[in-house]
Design a protein around this ligand. Structure first.
Ligand code: F6R
Length: 259
């Protein structure tokens, strides 16, 4: 099962995951990071601004999880813009090494295959950061997504469009389609780190970590992964049945083990 780490707040989660990423980059300067967007990973990116200072990031590579289809890449809420604003610029990464799925309608038919090929050519993702939707999606793999799915176009659920409307002027501006790494793509990453904060994510986290393995709850796919870490605050952990065991396990973890 996934290792669950319950922390005090989002800032503590950000610091913990950032430390793991810095150690990875020190070990492997051309590390391949899997980058999530949305609000959940922001504390990680914020902590990295401080923790990466003085470290060589010139070789670091990255692949975003997803992108809206048909959105202007220059739109402030395109995931291309978000990754540039929140990750590439503040961390001083080389923009040529950071990839985002191409959501342009003209080339969308082969954009998924192109992205899979680019990830494979990079040797795969070392550490994949994940958030989780209130409906259990990871990436934009909505309920029903195959555990074997690869990067492809998906239709967003109305719930996801409503959840994401906060980033746009109105829900009418939220695209209906996206291009997302598949669950099969995500499962190929060498380390999955899923973060979640707040009561609104508690059920999705409990279902993903302790519920049955089902395509109806895409986040449950992490149970198939040999190295998955789930970092949550108390509110997001509030429906976990084994919360005390996770606390005990982490408190007694050998110091030589990272997350
Ligand atoms: C974003 C992504 C999504 C989000 C999820 C949670 O790249 O892949 O799975 O992680 O929708 O969004 P937030 O973090 O905004 O609650």
């Amino acid at each position: 099962m996934a290792e669950v780490v319950i922390v005090e707040n989002a800032a503590a989660a950000g610091a913990l995951v950032a430390t793991e990423i810095v150690e990875l980059i020190d070990r492997r300067p051309d590390a391949v990071l899997g980058l999530a967007t949305g609000s959940t990973p922001l504390p990680v990116y914020l902590a990295l601004r401080t923790q990466l200072a003085g470290h060589d990031v010139s070789q670091v590579r990255g692949f975003a999880l997803d992108e809206y289809v048909g959105i202007d890449p220059a739109h402030p809420e395109s995931y291309r813009s978000v990754i540039t604003r929140e990750v590439v610029e503040p961390l001083g990464l080389d923009p040529r090494r950071i990839h985002v799925p191409n959501g342009a309608e003209a080339t969308i038919q082969h954009a998924g295959d192109d992205y899979e090929a680019a990830i494979a050519a990079a040797g795969g993702v070392d550490l994949q950061i994940l958030g989780i939707g209130t409906d259990g999606h990871i990436g934009f793999n909505e309920p029903g997504s195959s555990f074997a799915s690869q990067t492809r176009v998906k239709t967003l659920t109305e719930q996801t469009r409503e959840d994401n409307a906060r980033f746009f002027d109105s829900i009418d501006d939220v695209p209906r389609h996206c291009i997302t790494q598949g669950l099969g793509t995500i499962l190929k990453a060498r380390h999955l780190v899923l973060l979640a904060f707040g009561e609104g994510k508690a059920q999705a986290v409990a279902d993903a970590v302790e519920g049955p393995l089902t395509a109806f709850l895409p986040g449950s796919a992490i149970q198939l992964h040999p190295h998955a870490t789930v970092v949550v605050d108390e509110a997001a952990a509030s429906r976990l049945r084994l919360a005390d065991y996770y606390r005990y396990t982490f408190a007694n973890k050998p110091s030589w083990q990272g997350i």
